[in-house]
Design a protein around this ligand. Structure first.
Ligand code: 5GP
Length: 129
């Protein structure tokens, strides 16, 4: 069965999209630790990040770096953190999280945004790419 992220890539489930290439896709996390929390994924559906083939792994890191640079411009923050977990969704992904405090890196903490706020954040990051 297709992962929830494959359904997002295929436009079967809506998302606040940031960027897309032939191989990669970036969109806002629906339950963000902080405003601007973004997920970067390969279109290829592989569960664990470190099981990706080397070219896809390196490509995902390069793609994530470009997105992180845009987040840093668009979202006021001290820096953008990168986290890999994958316990919830078995489709490799990188979390990019704007950090101002250690609390922002903790997955218990969640930010509540309206649809309009999500869209404004996505638009701001896209504009900074
Ligand atoms: P992990 O697998 O790394 O533990 O967490 C998966 C992440 O994906 C979580 O931060 C969760 O909020 C996010 N997520 C799960 N389902 C969806 C969804 O349908 N849309 C979006 N945008 N994010 C999701």
């Amino acid at each position: 069965m297709a992962s929830i992220f494959t359904k997002i890539i295929n436009d079967e489930i809506p998302c606040y999209k940031i960027a897309e290439t032939d191989e990669f896709f970036a969109f806002l996390d629906i339950n963000p630790n902080a405003k601007g929390h973004t997920l970067c994924i390969p279109k290829q559906e592989v569960d664990k990040l470190f099981d990706l083939d080397e070219a896809t792994y390196n490509g995902l890191m390069q793609f994530s770096r470009q997105i992180a640079k845009a987040i840093e411009i668009a979202i006021p923050c001290n820096r953008v953190g990168l986290t890999v977990i994958g316990l919830e969704v078995p489709h490799a992904h990188v979390h990019l999280i704007p950090l101002n405090a250690m609390e922002d890196a903790k997955f218990g903490k969640k930010e509540s945004l309206t649809p309009e706020e999500f869209q404004a954040v996505a638009d701001a990051i896209k504009a900074a790419l």
